[in-house]
Design a protein around this ligand. Sequence first.
Ligand code: SF4
Length: 242
Amino acid sequence: MKKETLPQKQNRAKNIFTRLKRIYPQAGMILRFSNPWELLVAVILSAQCTDKKVNEVTEKLFKKYRMLDDYIRASASERAEKEFEDMIHSTGFYRAKAKHILTTARIVKENFGGKVPKTMEEMLTLRGVARKTANVVLGNAYDVVEGIAVDTHVSRLSQRLDLSAAHDPKKIERDLMELLPKKNWFRSTYLLIEHGRKICTAKDPRCDLCPLQKLCPSAFQFPRFQKNNDPHRRNDKRPKSH
Ligand code: SF4
């Protein structure tokens, strides 16, 4: 197959995003928060955990820990720290997450006057904050868009759709930024996540139901379709939405 030129790929990316926007008009942030600090806490907790579980945990957490100073007090003694860990236990990796959140609370207080910073450079000085978290917080809390948040769904779909051949999230982000106009960067994360949850799942992508079939070089390249050469006849079960 002839290699796509950059303008051709940009055009295909534009068509993919136009379709996704039409299919998922409501795609967006699911985590609940009422200020930038709560959003940062929720995003740190969401690593290796579902947004639904994080929302269950933060519903109680944000009632008990209302201000930044409440988090700072939680690192003042072993007992207070343990109490905090217990509250976030069910999100998994709770010790590391507690350490990141409580250390970050101190950094925000001491270095940024108690306010979550508004630039990528500053965000990356916080504990447990890499570009994905920073992009999510900056975009949702401040409408500041410096890049594209790349999570596991965005990585997988970027590869399957041949928008990036990379595996490193930083490189995938750079490839997507080259293909999409800046005005689409923020939205692209949520559109790809939604499609990754509903149709292009990790284990069983439903190319037979996918509106991107004609734009996707990986369409029907998966075991479900190789057993039966006529993919359109395999329409047994609709995928679950998460
Ligand atoms: S055609 Fe298949 S691999 Fe491509 S985006 Fe759709 S579900 Fe994913």
